[in-house]
Design a protein around this ligand. Sequence first.
Ligand code: NAI
Ligand code: MG
Length: 335
Amino acid sequence: MKLCVIEGDAVGHEVVPAAVKVLQHVAPDISVHSAEAGWDYFQQHGTSLPASTIELAIECRAVLFGAVSSPSYPVEGYFTPIVRLRRTLQAYANLRPTRYLPVPTAREGVDLMIVRENTEDLYVGHEQTTDGGRTSIAEKVITRDATERVSRLAYELAVSSQREKVTIVHKANVLPQSDGLFRRVALEIAEAYPEIMTDELLVDTAAYWMVKDPSRYDVILTSNMYGDILSDMAAAWGGGLGLAPSLSVGEGIAIAEPVHGSAPDIAGKGIANPTATILSVAMLLRHHWRNIEAAKQVEDAVYATLNEGNHTSDIFSSDSISTMAFTDQVCSRLT
Ligand code: NAI
Ligand code: MG
C-alpha cells in the first residue's frame, strides 16, 4: 500500500512529518511518497497543484494532505489545491468527527460526525465580477447525483457505526431550488433507512444548537459550505482546531486532512498540535485501509498521551511541549 504525502505550506511541514512518524510505527509496510502543492509552490512554479502530484495521488489511492495557505484576494492562475484535489479524485464526502478528548478545552459528552458534500456547492469556484468591479456573482451548484451519493454514504456510515440519527442541514427556505434539491434528495435516500431517525434543521438554527447543545447531534449531513463552517464550530467542542481530524472519501480513494488551515501565526516554531493530523491518519487506517486494529492503537495512544496531561500550547500554555515531543509521547505508547 502506498501513501501520497503532501505537506503543503506553513504548519503542514510540521504536523505532517509527525503523523507520518506515527503511521510508520503502526503500519511500517505502507510506502510513503512525497508530492508538492500550495502557495509556496505556486510562487515558484506558477501552479498550486502540479500534474505530477495528481498522478501520484491517483496511483497511491491514499493521500495525507497537511494544509495550504490561500490568499483571500484573487490571484491570476491560483486555485485552492485541496478543493481541486478533492474534486479531481472525486473524494466526494468529507467525514469530520468531533469526539470528546481529555483536554480542558473539550466538552464531555460530544460525539458527532459531520458528513459534508465535498465536490460542489459554492466551492466549484465559478465567480465573476462585472459592472466595473461593483458586482460579483458566485455560482452555487447542487446536483441530484452528488447529493445522492453523499447522502447514501452518510446513512451507510450511521448504520455501520451504530449511530441513531441523521440531521439534514440546509437553507431551503431561502434557496428552495438549490438547497431545496439537496433537502429533497437527502430525504428520499433517508426513506431507505427506516432504522435511522432523520430530522432536518436550517443552517442558522443548526449553528445555534451547535453552540447551545452539541450533544443533540449524532450524524449531520450537509452541503459543502455549511459543512465547512459547522465543522470548525464543532471542533471547538472537541478541544480546538489542533485536535480536529477529517477524511475525504470517494470510490476506493481517500484524503486524510486535518480540519485546520496552515496556521501561519504559529508556523516555524515547532509548537503546532499534531493531533488533528495524527487522528486523520487513524481515519485513513480505519475507513480506507480497513486496518481497524492499527487505527484503534493510534486513537488510544493519542487519548492516553492527552489524558496524562501532555499538551501543546494551543490547549494551554503552561508546561506545554513541542510538536515533536508530543509525537514522541504518542509513539512511545505504540507497540
Ligand atoms: P487556521 O486553521 O490555519 O488557524 C486558525 C487558528 O487556529 C490560528 O490561531 C492557528 O494558530 C490555530 N491552529 C490551527 N491549526 C493548529 C494546530 N495544528 N495547532 C495549534 N493551533 C492551530 O485558519 P486561518 O488562520 O483562518 O487560515 C490560515 C490559512 O490556512 C489561510 O491561508 C487559509 O486559506 C488556509 N486554510 C487552508 C485549509 C486547507 O488547506 N485545508 C483549511 C483552512 C484554511
Ligand atoms: Mg474549514
